[in-house]
Design a protein around this ligand. Structure first.
Ligand SMILES: [Mn+2]
Length: 328
């Protein structure tokens, strides 16, 4: 990316481990040759809202790099209006007409070959695989990466070279992901600058502040799981959380696992201003139509056959009842 030398830019990255590791790899390449700022969107939003756009505009960047986030077209159009846009990603998305859209998965490569954005960035920069490659991949795939023979060959080499193991990596990922779960946007934006100088897990494992985050998160999760819930209709456990933290997926998983024949339906109005987070887990007949109904209304929604996650505006709270009805 020599054409960027001497220029100023903004590096927009996802708030999770993969996003921060991908950003760190990019910083290693550009930090001393450009003027660069790291930025993460409002945590929970997979698009750029008005506040994000104001912040980004203030930086008057020549170039914008997006790492590990599949933005919708209008967010990309906004970025294009500011400067040259580069994307490094591994999510399924449309191919955009920008300066560089480096996403081998949409170019037909197997997602197994590119398990994380860190992998995409690292290969693009011709780096030899290191801790950041592997952390990004485990952060996104967790245990499923162990079944990916192609990736595990590289992972085993890296883990051998730095004398660490899978369980230690999981600990590191929990520490790194604690910042976004607590809603600490600035800490998320600072972390790539810390990670760019990291080759081994020790300095991450020893961070007192991150360890304290985990203690705080665990007690918040415990408190939510112990709250009372109602069987709002046969087989559906409904629970309203009241948490300023992004822990709804963990809370829902714990509720669902405690009572495996029931569906856990959890809502939290406190994490995002103006929005309600919804998470549903259990054996559902038609999770896809719930996701599509939400998307038709313009809401962010995703999931699989047994998990649905979405964010809806508070002004459409009655949509919750429609979702409950869809759970026959
Ligand atoms: Mn990722």
């Amino acid at each position: 990316m020599e054409e960027l030398h001497g220029k100023s830019g903004i590096l927009i990255h996802h708030w999770d481990t993969d996003g921060m590791c991908s950003a760190a790899l990019i910083l290693r390449e550009l930090e001393d040759k450009t003027t660069i700022t790291t930025f993460t969107p409002t945590i929970g939003n997979y698009y750029l809202n008005d506040e994000d756009r104001e912040d980004i505009k203030r930086h008057a960047a020549d170039f914008i790099i997006v790492a590990d986030m599949a933005f919708p077209r209008d967010s990309i159009d906004f970025l294009k209006s500011l400067g040259k846009v580069y994307i490094f990603d591994h999510h399924l998305q449309d191919k955009y007409d920008i300066h560089l859209h480096q996403n081998p998965v949409i170019d037909g490569e197997s997602p197994k070959r590119y398990p994380s954005a860190s992998w995409v960035v690292g290969e693009y920069l011709n780096n030899s695989p290191d801790l950041l490659f592997v952390l990004g991949a485990f952060g996104d795939r967790e245990r499923k990466l162990l079944d990916n023979e192609y990736a595990m060959k590289t992972v085993d080499n890296v883990l051998g070279a730095i004398e660490t193991d899978f369980d230690t990596l999981l600990e590191v990922i929990a520490l790194l992901d604690s910042s976004y779960k607590l809603g600490m946007k600035q800490e998320v934006e600072r972390t790539p600058w810390f990670l760019m100088n990291i080759q081994e897990p020790d300095r991450i494992l020893n961070r007192r502040d991150l360890k304290d985050n985990i203690v705080e998160l665990n007690s918040a999760i415990e408190c939510e799981v112990n709250r009372e819930r109602t069987e709002i209709k046969p087989g559906v456990l409904y629970q309203e959380m009241d948490s300023p933290y992004n822990i709804i997926s963990t809370v829902t998983r714990k509720i669902a696992w405690a009572d495996e024949d029931k569906i856990a339906f959890v809502v939290n109005e406190r994490f995002m201003e103006g929005s309600i987070q919804i998470y549903i887990r259990g054996s559902m007949k038609d999770s896809q139509s719930m996701i599509e109904t939400a998307r038709d209304r313009g809401y962010s929604a995703g999931g699989k056959s047994d998990v649905v996650g979405m964010v809806i505006p508070k002004k459409d709270k009655k949509f919750i009842n429609e979702l409950l009805e869809m759970l026959a």
